[in-house]
Design a binder for this molecule. Structure first.
Ligand code: SF4
Length: 125
């Protein structure tokens, strides 16, 4: 893995990940992506739609996400709050810091994804 397209709200999901997810292949891939980001601090491209975390997800079929409405809404909120643009490229560490400062440290996680099925985990950290 040399670089990574990342949809914006996954900057939050990565922060709170604790090996729970949609399937074993999904959690295994997500753990591998997180390891890569932490070790390599690659340039990431902020993308719309499926990314390197979505690829093995059972909710993704023929490139279409069954949860796309909710996920796209989370993405839009992150973009708006953090002042980012789709296609923007930046170091993973810079993206992670932006999301941390603008959303988690600012107490705005519920505003972004309060109706997510995993919020009970993420919102309590
Ligand atoms: S609540 Fe859902 S969308 Fe929000 S960080 Fe957690 S897993 Fe990601």
């Amino acid at each position: 893995m040399q670089s990574c397209k990342l949809r914006p709200h996954h900057g939050l999901c990565i922060r709170f990940f604790e090996n729970k997810g949609y399937s074993d292949s999904f959690t295994g891939n997500m753990a591998e992506v997180i390891r890569f980001l932490a070790e390599e601090d690659p340039e990431i491209a902020i993308t719309m739609g499926a990314d390197c975390i979505c690829s093995p997800c059972p909710e993704l079929s023929a490139g279409r996400c069954s949860l796309s409405g909710m996920a796209a809404g989370y993405d839009e909120k992150v973009m708006e709050i953090c002042g980012l643009t789709y296609g923007q490229r930046m170091r993973w560490s810079s993206f992670q810091e932006t999301v941390r400062v603008c959303i988690t440290d600012a107490g705005r996680l519920y505003e972004v994804c309060g109706d997510c099925r995993w919020y009970g985990i993420c919102g309590n950290k």
